[in-house]
Design a protein around this ligand. Structure first.
Ligand SMILES: *[C@@H]1O[C@H](CO)[C@@H](O)[C@H](O)[C@H]1NC(C)=O
Ligand SMILES: *[C@@H]1O[C@H](CO)[C@@H](O)[C@H](O)[C@H]1NC(C)=O
Ligand SMILES: *[C@@H]1O[C@H](CO)[C@@H](O)[C@H](O)[C@H]1NC(C)=O
Length: 379
């Protein structure tokens, strides 16, 4: 589209070109002059109006187009919007602020659940003996859980409804972060679901998270329909398609990053307004895109690009693999922990569907993990 306008402009200007007129009649055939001026005009126009999309290059073959774009100086970088300038300043300040080390550094375990926590007893065992090095927060969006562990009693924060795929999921995560940030001792913030179980001993997880300076936010680039296919151009100019990322919802975040998430309104509002199920015929799921995209834009080197929560997506369905009692074997646990030893997997999600936690499944997990705890395998 653009090129054809450029081209027509070139043709129009040709008629008033002074080049041929003021020169003495040349012996050389005029068509050479005409051709040379047309080509130079095109190049000048192409520079003034840099191609906006690949379509603009159809005049040349794709190879020629590549040569042309290589030859031209890079397109000028976009001027930042007011909101972007403000956002970058705030983020730079947060990242460069030196953290005052607290004597009593803690990890905040934040549970995002619709209702009861079936594995509370297991977490109780995990926390036991480490009283001053962790804190627990529970956001129960549907039904207030009855707690059985002393570590969970009175740890429910003010909660609101959460609708799958919508920004209310992010709102709940921000609510958990805000409450956990109130305690200056909390240095690392782990988001967990009701179906998460711990896979390592407390000390191992504590040391691993405390002595790394990055956040474990899952992030990858997905050019397919469930990745870039969900992108909306309404997010421009701040969120470009090339930065639109995907990743698992479950994260572990250092304190500065947690503050950054609360400070962000620019990117948050883009995702609130233009990433939701059913918008423009797309099913954009805010919790799968907002944080990966946000961190990719503002601090790409500060995230690990993988999550500490293990989930099996190999069945390629809407929800991850659901583990039943008979699946929970020593072999499986060994595969997840030892087999993936380059990754720390704090926890393991059994499934996402609500109400799948039969007594027998919970019992089975308890006994499987007890076996793990009692052997050296459970670090
Ligand atoms: C983390 O620490 C290492 C060295 O300790 C440093 O090279 C790296 O830049 C730090 N990364 C961030 C994101 O602060
Ligand atoms: C995560 O990916 C980004 C590129 O998107 C890269 O710059 C960064 O170094 C990666 N993080 C780590 C810890 O390798
Ligand atoms: C564990 O990993 C081995 C080797 O990859 C595989 O053959 C086995 O089926 C896995 N077992 C489970 C329960 O996932």
């Amino acid at each position: 589209m653009k090129t054809s306008q450029v081209w027509r402009l070139g043709m129009g200007d040709m008629q008033i070109l002074p080049v041929a007129r003021h020169r003495p009649p040349s012996k050389r055939p005029t068509w050479i002059i005409v051709l040379v001026s047309m080509v130079s005009l095109f190049l000048v126009c192409a520079y003034i109006y840099p191609p906006q999309s690949r379509n603009a290059c159809y005049v040349f073959s794709s190879r020629g187009c590549q040569v042309l774009t290589d030859w031209l100086p890079p397109a000028p970088t976009r001027e930042l919007t007011d909101e972007e300038i403000a956002s970058r300043v705030v983020i730079r300040e947060i990242l460069s602020a030196s953290l005052t080390p607290t004597k009593n550094a803690k990890i905040a375990f934040m549970f995002l659940t619709p209702g009861p926590l079936p594995f509370e007893k297991l977490w109780d065992k995990f926390f036991s003996g480490h009283e001053d090095r962790f804190s627990v927060y529970v956001h129960a969006s549907k039904e207030k859980p009855v707690h059985v562990s002393r570590y969970f009693v009175n740890q429910d924060i003010h909660s609101d409804q959460v609708i799958w795929g919508k920004i209310s999921m992010i709102d709940a995560e921000r609510r958990l972060l805000a409450n956990a940030l109130r305690d200056p001792d909390n240095q690392h913030f782990v988001l967990l679901s009701d179906s998460c179980v711990p896979l390592y001993k407390f000390d191992y997880i504590y040391n691993y998270l405390m002595f790394t300076n990055i956040s474990y936010v899952d992030r990858f680039y997905d050019p397919g329909p469930h990745g870039n296919g969900r992108y909306s151009e309404h997010m421009l100019p701040e969120v470009e398609m090339k930065d639109f990322s995907k990743g698992a919802q479950w994260f572990s975040m250092k304190r500065q990053h947690a503050v950054m998430v609360l400070a962000d309104s620019l990117y948050y509002s883009k995702f609130r307004d233009y990433c939701k199920p059913g918008l423009e015929g797309k099913n954009c799921i805010a919790d799968e895109h907002y944080l990966p995209t946000f961190f990719h834009i503002v601090d790409p080197g500060g995230i690990a690009n993988w999550s500490v929560t293990h989930v099996d997506w190999s069945e390629r369905k809407w929800h991850p693999k659901l583990y039943r009692s008979q699946d929970v074997t020593y072999d499986l646990l060994r595969n997840i922990t030892v087999g993936l030893s380059s990754y720390l997997r704090v926890s393991f999600r059994i499934g996402t569907a609500i109400g799948v936690f039969s007594e027998s499944l919970v019992y089975h997990w308890h006994s499987s993990l007890k076996f793990f705890v009692d052997t050296a395998e459970w670090k």
